[in-house]
Design a protein. Structure first.
Length: 310
């Protein structure tokens, strides 16, 4: 198959159409007016789940139905409609919408529209950060929500704190026979396989992290030439706050050995071997919502059937 290094254009959770309109985050009068605008919509989020309807659309509330003292995070504008999320919800705060149910982003991400996918990813990422950063890291005092949910400030020492995003590399390693390397994490069921991944450490480039992680997890060395690594795109992964940087990488080294800690099984697959293993049920690939699936499909040469994934 040809070496295709174009950026992947259909990453499921990288889709978005709403203008974040950051210039309004500090405009308290504008935000107040939008909260009472009957066209403004509010998305409820809690513990990584959102309210959806049976037709895979988001179950929005009308903004005026939310009490004025309930904090809202401003997500952005589209066609002059303002979108908000309810931040840091607990069970006592939730305002259930009739006919809606809670669903995880992994389950519904691939069924959402471009607009809704972008809203949900932002809302969940901000909620994860806001719930877990309620105290100032410098003095320990409780922080306050500011900038329409995009900042937390400390009233004691005046510092401002911003949402955290952790970069991580995710890579499909390919050998000179054009086979793909997949691995199974220790917590996964037998047959579940995926690409290799790991966090970028402090003071480390993404490319250096890729080479380090592949060596640590699989004992495989990726060469130092620029042609040995191809960046193919990025996707937010709010579990809780990662940004996945997707790559293909090529190697002459085929003696893959799992580290036995995080990775307990490794295998090289040709396309025919992957097809046979998936059709027999011996291999289950990552779900369609993940960037790992897209990296595998790029190498495979086409989209893969849904029943090949988990």
């Amino acid at each position: 198959m040809p070496d295709d290094r174009r950026l992947i254009s259909d990453l499921t959770l990288a889709r978005a159409t709403v203008d974040r309109a950051a210039e309004y985050r500090g405009d308290e009068e504008w935000l107040r007016n939008r909260r009472i605008d009957p066209n403004s919509k509010v998305l409820q989020v809690t513990q990584g789940a959102v309210l959806v309807r049976g037709d895979s659309t988001l179950a929005f509330m009308d903004a005026p139905d939310v009490a004025p003292d309930v904090p809202l995070t401003f997500l952005g504008l589209e066609n002059d409609v303002a979108y908000f999320s309810m931040a840091g919800l607990t069970d006592g705060d939730l305002l259930y919408t009739e006919g809606a149910f809670w669903s995880d982003l992994r389950a519904i991400g691939s069924t959402l529209s471009d607009r809704d996918a972008g809203l949900v990813v932002s809302a969940i990422a901000l909620d994860n950060w806001s719930r877990t950063h309620v105290r100032c890291p410098q003095c320990g005092e409780p922080t306050l929500m500011a900038e329409a949910g995009w900042t937390r400030t400390c009233p004691a020492d005046g510092t401002s704190h911003f949402p955290r995003t952790d970069p991580a590399i995710i890579v499909l390693v390919i050998d000179r026979q054009d086979r793909a390397l997949l691995g199974r994490q220790s917590r996964w069921e037998p047959g579940w396989m995926s690409t290799l991944a790991g966090f970028v450490e402090s003071g480390e480039s993404a490319e250096a992290a890729l080479r380090r992680e592949v060596l640590e997890e699989a004992g495989i060395r990726i060469g130092g030439e620029e042609t040995d690594i191809a960046y193919l795109g990025s996707q937010p992964w709010p579990f809780p706050n990662s940004l996945m940087l997707g790559y293909h990488a090529w190697t002459d080294d085929v003696d893959a050995v799992p580290d036995g800690d995080e990775i307990v099984e490794l295998r090289w697959y040709s396309r025919d071997e992957m097809r046979q293993a998936c059709e027999s049920g011996d291999l289950l690939l990552p779900p369609q919502v993940s960037i790992a699936r897209k990296l595998i499909e790029r190498w495979y040469g086409s989209a893969l059937p849904g029943n090949w994934g988990r």
